[in-house]
Design a protein around this ligand. Sequence first.
Ligand code: MN
Length: 260
Amino acid sequence: MIKPLEIVVTNDDGISSPLLALLADVSKEFGNAAVIAPDRNWSATGHQKTLGRSMRADPAPPVAGVPAFACAHTPSDCSALAGLGFLDRKIDVVLSGVNPASNASRDITYSGTVTAALEATIWGIRAAAFSIDGFKGDFEENCALLRPYLKRAIRKFLDIALPPFTILNFNFPNPALLKEKEARFVVTKQGERIYHDELVKRIDPFGRPYYWFGGEMPSGDRMEGSDCGEIARGNISVTPIHLDLTAHELIEPLRKFDWR
Ligand code: MN
């Protein structure tokens, strides 16, 4: 008998996110799934690790029928727990998401969804991140549109042997585009995200200023073969991403530089 795949599902929106439940529900078709997810929203917290203090990860009500644990710490802590034997078994796969906004271009170092997947690779676990652009409107209808693509994404991901420290970052187009036409899976590279942040300064009741990063939501390029570009034209972006942030093209020029 073939041993079932041991799968851990996590996210950065917290254990109560309905899109975590969708991912858990689809994941259980592929093996023995468990949820280890943060007990609250940790969106845009990047690659963090809890050091120097204790961690809680308590049993929680099942998520879509999948046994679940709520962790009081970061998305990447959830992956590290999975990799370091929290469940008393070797985990084969970590699936992170589904984030209800895209994680494309330079979003990836902000993203708890993506960094949870990257963290899993440190512990030798195959991992993928899943996000959907502009997830608004009727939840059930949107889920019905997303589910078959999510299922296909996981099935295909499990067939691919990835090098160490490498994940696949899946971005689905917004549900309105999924409704319009059949989406294709397109392999992409990180595109150009355009941020429209504005620093908003306000004054508290005690006369002390406080700040918000306000402004419009980020937009992106519309290039063919870029992650933002393909989701904008209704395709599913699949970007291979690794933890090696070295700017390889600068190695040789910098070696020629006189460092004396
Ligand atoms: Mn999120």
